[in-house]
Design a protein around this ligand. Structure first.
Ligand code: SF4
Length: 332
């Protein structure tokens, strides 16, 4: 296991002689990459930099990323989270979340002369531009994604009503009756890679001339986290995915783990939500975190496991990530 991982852990977590003799042993496989992606890191930096420059409060429309721990930490620094712009007072600074917003939101902010910052992940913005290009080129768009997810609402909201039809699964892909042709498809960035490939296969079979990306619009972080989980799942009696229930990519990690052979997979927002009875009879635990979950939550789970078991920790890193996004204007 890489030194960087073990260096910060107390001896009791690393199986040193200091661990209690009576503790049962537990093998823990850490999936890598896991946790924060570049888009989440940037969105949090946007709020923190706005607080530093303008002072508290800074308003944030919707959870900046889908993680309660992150939201509560920013609240302590002076951020106020709201769901709609009408909750933001005049002359306030407001940040739009990483998931992106419909065009109507910045338009409304301008109308009210609010000072706004857009923390939309650049990989979501790229899908917005793709949708606009298809619309300009007179294609009807099928968007593969989950109804009601803020990213889907934001992407569909780049275009007039009726320009995009949502397709949520392979059954819907089999049945969809496009209102116009030619066609194009785009996807949410945080979907299951395998489910999306199946849906695209159906669309390409039914509509051979459909335009779209070579594979899909799923981002590098979602792809890498799912690949890492697939690598370790079959070795795990239990896979713990750290992440919030409203985090799409965290939910997908849990599903991917079960499909890839983990005997059981659970989504755990933070260590106090972990039911330790799930570890009865477990020999190997996999541990990962969704793209919006901070590494501190992983370390807290390891620390609690270390109080109960003699841990043998290893990490399987399927790829290294070095993506960093610059802050948006005017913070850059
Ligand atoms: S999960 Fe992907 S699309 Fe979403 S914020 Fe992270 S990098 Fe951007």
């Amino acid at each position: 296991m890489p030194d960087a991982l073990t260096d910060n852990l107390p001896n009791s977590l690393t199986g040193s002689p200091a661990a209690p003799q009576a503790a049962a042993s537990l093998r823990v496989i850490l999936a890598g990459p896991r946790g924060f992606c570049a888009g989440v890191d940037r969105a949090i930096r946007v709020v923190e930099e706005a607080l530093r420059r303008y002072g508290a409060p800074v308003y944030v429309r919707h959870e900046i990323v889908h993680n309660r721990t992150v939201v509560e930490d920013l609240e302590r620094q002076g951020a106020i989270f709201v769901e709609e712009l009408d909750e933001v007072p005049a002359n306030a600074h407001v940040v739009f979340s990483a998931h992106g917003v419909p065009k109507s939101v910045p338009a409304e902010a301008q109308r009210r002369q609010l000072d706004y910052l857009d923390a939309t992940c650049p990989l979501v913005s790229k899908v917005h531009r793709e949708a606009e290009r298809h619309f300009r080129e007179k294609r009807h768009i099928l968007m593969i994604g989950h109804c009601g997810h803020p990213e889907v609402v934001g992407t569909m909201g780049q275009l007039p009503p009726g320009a995009v039809t949502l397709v949520q699964n392979a059954e819907e892909a089999e049945q969809v009756k496009p209102v116009a042709e030619p066609l194009a498809f785009i996807t949410q960035t945080t979907l299951s890679v395998d489910d999306t490939a199946e849906i695209i296969d159906v669309l390409r079979r039914r509509f051979p001339h459909i335009d779209g990306p070579r594979r899909e619009d799923i981002c590098y972080a979602t792809t890498n986290r799912q690949a890492a989980v697939k690598t370790i799942a079959a070795s795990c009696d239990l896979m713990i995915v750290i992440g919030s229930p409203n985090s799409s990519n965290s939910q997908r990690l849990r599903e991917v783990a079960e499909r890839a052979g983990a005997r059981r997979a659970v989504l755990v927002p933070k260590v106090s939500d972990l039911d330790f009875s799930l570890l009865d009879g477990v020999g190997t635990v996999g541990l990962t975190a969704g793209a919006s979950a901070p590494e501190s939550l992983v370390q807290e789970v390891l620390a609690e496991l270390g109080k109960r078991f003699q841990l043998q920790i290893e990490e399987r890193q399927v790829t290294q990530e070095d993506v960093i996004f610059k802050l948006p204007y005017p913070l850059a």
